[in-house]
Design a protein around this ligand. Structure first.
Ligand code: PXG
Length: 465
């Protein structure tokens, strides 16, 4: 097992981390007092910490490690690339073989309207690119008043200015006085939480209708685009009702606005197709990508640009004053190429659609019978369990939002499994190489964790009578 080369005691690593490292999305003071968990190695779907504990990586890193950890093939490809051409830029009329090969590969793997990609280093940067590309597109089309971008409450599109603004996380908006002007948010298609008395199908139509009503209010001549994740990830694995996407797709087409499908989580096999939009049969104009593109081995993202948009930039000309030092970094492209080659050779996308996906989904849905679970939903290899104080009543919530989720998440770690808690939902998004045995093992750990969480909540009187 890798990770054995760490020579430092955990207490020392924690103290040094607390002294010098500010973590993303963290209360630094509280974290420093508690002490971090230090991960020292990973292999396949397993992580090792600095005390030698093993955890099943139920979140594939951070929704990204499709091919599993510790693939020599990717490390070797990066090593070779770095020795040959460590870094050169793609500005100023310059290119290099790995970025050319990766661009071509992405055009091959993506739906037919996509033939071009703009590279970034992350999903957040990809959405900053989207923001400027969408508005510039309408300038080029002679409709400069089309500037408003519509996103969704509880959508997640990253943590930069545009990413935070397009996303609909109120707590994030509160820091930095966001969103920037010209962004509007509509309701999310979260039936379990917000569907009220409607059936899922009725609610899907209603939630899509919110887009049409927003366009009517703002004015079609002022709306540039709608951005959404095919399945919301960070928002709590919100799987939309079947009626949602066909309606959204129709509205975007009929009302002449661009459709941006944020594929940062759903792309690269997570839903059992190369892109989440293929799963839902939608044809976006732009697709931000990252995460699974390199399985997280090196940071790389991008925006897939449909011909309709790319042609405007190409034919109407003029420089797009936009790009990043590391756009198309050679070593990151080499990592992505090696990752995609593994995915194709091992047929990981097909595996999610036909094998491990249906296998895990059946076991997952059975968790819906647990007394603590109000809904167990999963598509492809991404799922959520809604923890509830009383089954069968979607309106009943825990008195203190997120407390049950946090308790369950902490117990999960103690049981050797990494899951993420979003409010009181437990989230899973494992590597696509998860074996049947590992899936069984994972479910066992979850059942144990749910039982312990249930017992602890009951003892404290936090379940409904
Ligand atoms: N779009 C989507 C749909 C994402 O999920 C981003 C954009 C931004 O990507 P970068 O690479 O800039 O992080 C994301 C990222 C969580 C969590 O806790 C989720 C993400 C990132 C960090 C934490 O669920 N998603």
């Amino acid at each position: 097992m890798s990770g054995a080369s760490n020579i430092y005691p955990t207490a020392e690593l924690r103290a040094r981390d607390a002294a010098h490292h500010m973590h993303p999305f963290s209360d630094t003071g509280a974290l420093n007092r508690e002490g971090v968990r230090v991960i020292t190695g990973a292999e396949g779907v397993w992580l090792t910490d600095s005390d030698g504990n093993r955890y099943l990586d139920g979140m594939a890193g951070l929704w990204c490690c499709q091919v599993g950890h510790g693939r020599d093939e990717i490390a070797d490809a990066v090593n070779r690339q770095m020795r040959e051409l460590d870094y050169y830029n793609t500005f100023f009329k310059t290119s290099h073989p790995p970025v050319i090969a990766l661009s071509e590969k992405l055009a091959e793997l993506s739906p037919p309207q996509f033939n071009r990609v703009f590279f970034t280093s992350s999903g957040s940067e990809a959405n900053d690119t989207v923001f400027r590309m969408v508005r510039t597109y309408w300038d080029l089309m002679g409709k400069p008043e089309k500037k408003t971008i519509i996103g969704r409450w509880n959508g997640y599109h990253g943590s930069t200015l545009a990413g935070t603004s397009l996303g609909g996380m109120a707590a994030m908006h509160g820091q930095g006085d966001l969103p920037v002007p010209g962004v509007h948010h509509i309701a999310q298609p979260y039936w379990f939480g917000e569907g009220g008395d409607m059936s899922p199908d009725e609610f899907g139509v209603w939630a899509a209708g919110e887009l049409e009503r927003a366009i009517d209010r703002i004015g079609e001549d002022k709306v540039a685009a709608f951005i959404a994740e095919p399945v919301q990830g960070a928002g709590g694995v919100i799987i939309p009702p079947d009626t949602y996407w066909p309606e959204v797709s129709r509205i975007c087409r009929e009302r002449g606005i661009l459709l941006v499908a944020d594929e940062v989580i759903c792309g690269f096999g997570r839903l059992g197709s190369w892109f989440g939009s293929q799963h839902y049969g939608i044809e976006p104009d732009l697709m931000p990508i990252a995460k699974g593109l390199s399985s997280g081995y090196l940071p790389i993202g991008g925006v897939m640009v449909a011909d309709r948009v790319a042609d405007a930039f190409i034919e109407k000309g003029g420089e797009f004053f936009h790009g990043y030092t590391y756009s198309g970094h050679p070593a990151c492209c080499a990592a992505a190429l090696a990752n995609l080659e593994i995915m194709q050779r091992e047929k990981l996308v097909e595996r999610v659609a036909d094998d491990i996906g249906p296998y895990l989904q059946a076991k997952w849905r059975a968790l819906g019978d647990h007394p603590l679970v109000g809904e167990a939903r999963m598509v492809g290899l991404v799922g959520a369990l809604e923890l509830v104080p009383a089954r069968g009543d979607r309106s009943r919530k825990f008195a203190s939002l997120g407390e049950a989720g946090t308790l369950c998440r902490d117990l999960c770690f103690d049981n050797g499994l990494v899951m993420r808690a979003v409010r009181d939902s437990m989230i899973i998004s494992p590597p696509l190489v998860l074996s049947h045995e590992e899936a069984d093992d994972m479910i066992e750990r979850i059942v144990r964790t749910l039982d312990q969480t249930h017992a602890a909540l009951k003892k404290d009187g936090r379940l409904a009578a």
